[in-house]
Design a protein around this ligand. Structure first.
Ligand code: C2E
Ligand code: MG
Ligand code: MG
Ligand code: MG
Length: 289
């Protein structure tokens, strides 16, 4: 009986692992097939607004997988699998094309489109031909390079900073914009930051989440914003969910805001309204203090 009890947790853990492992294997197998079914990939967009005027200053493109049986799958569940299977360069190529096609649709409908940011995985960034894939998509869909922005996480950018600088410079020469995502949690070597030809830092959601209650998170956010401005970089705060966070970030001179307070990521059709109006209203009214 004793021996059985000792083994029980092991058995449960093992069964759990194998269920996760099975899902992972299944998704990985299906991810390999996506280039044959590119229509299963779709991109949602989340607005980025000026912290004070709520003017629309950008959109972030966020991939979703329309799975035939499992429905809409969020990137947290499949991007890491695709990354470790080495599939992100191929999937990323599709994501860039889908995004550029959407920009072209909006522009053909007479809408003014602010920069649209696409996330690039570390492997994808380092893969041969990224610059050519980007250039090709811009030509194919007749997009001005300034309308496309690429986001690289701070930790990805620091894996091989000299190589990052070289690729960033080539992308910058094309005319696309660059930003550093999830900034503040990736162990930056700050001496490289000033050498990256980027225009924006995205303050990691982890700081924004507790900014009202954790003085350290507030202090770090304020310091990152001040440093970014000294380096002539703009700051986008991510994960802003309420008016109090917005006000605190605005007081800290954060330039731009992205988060559920303004909108969750939405399909392209829904964005037309923001593009037409050139601004986004917060879901909760911002009252004067
Ligand atoms: P990220 O690039 O940092 O994107 C921000 C994530 O935070 C998005 O999740 C967004 O929906 C979510 N978010 C935005 N505002 C709020 C908020 O106010 N509160 C909370 N709790 N969350 C908020 P999503 O779309 O699930 O994407 C997760 C991550 O997956 C992204 O983080 C990015 O690292 C990766 N990802 C998404 N799309 C792509 C892609 O096309 N390519 C690559 N390589 N990675 C992608
Ligand atoms: Mg991002
Ligand atoms: Mg982020
Ligand atoms: Mg993230």
């Amino acid at each position: 009986h004793d021996a059985q009890a000792r083994h029980l947790p092991f058995v449960i853990y093992n069964a759990h692992l194998s269920k996760k492992a099975r899902e992972r294997l299944l998704l990985e197998t299906e991810l390999h097939q996506i280039p044959l079914h590119p229509e299963q990939l779709t991109v949602y967009f989340q607005p980025q607004v000026d912290a004070r005027t709520h003017r629309l200053i950008g959109l972030e493109a966020l991939v979703r997988w329309r799975h035939p049986r499992l429905g809409l799958i969020l990137p947290g569940r499949f991007v890491p699998i695709a990354e470790s299977a080495g599939l992100m360069p191929d999937l990323g190529r599709e994501i860039i094309r889908i995004t550029c096609r959407q920009i072209q649709d909006w522009q053909e409908a007479g809408l003014t489109v602010p920069p649209v940011a696409v996330n690039i995985s570390a492997d994808e960034f380092a893969s041969p031909g990224l610059v050519e894939r980007v250039e090709h998509a811009l030509l194919e869909f007749d997009i001005a390079p300034q309308t496309l922005e690429l986001e690289l996480t701070e930790s990805a950018s620091m894996q091989n900073p000299e190589a990052t600088i070289a690729i960033m410079n080539r992308l910058c020469d094309l005319g696309v914009r660059l930003s550093i995502d999830d900034f503040g949690t990736g162990y930056s070597n700050l001496s490289y930051l000033k050498r990256f030809p980027v225009s924006r830092l995205k303050l990691d959601q982890a700081f924004v989440r507790d900014i009202l209650t954790d003085n350290h998170d507030l202090a770090i956010s304020q310091a990152i914003i001040a440093m970014a401005h000294q380096l002539r970089l703009e700051v986008v705060a991510e994960g802003v969910e309420n008016v109090a966070q917005l006000k605190l970030l605005s007081q800290a001179r954060c330039d731009f805001i992205q988060g559920y307070l303004f909108s969750t990521p939405q399909p392209g059709e829904v964005c037309r309204r923001w593009l037409r109006e050139g601004m986004v209203s917060p879901t909760t009214p911002v009252l004067p203090d």
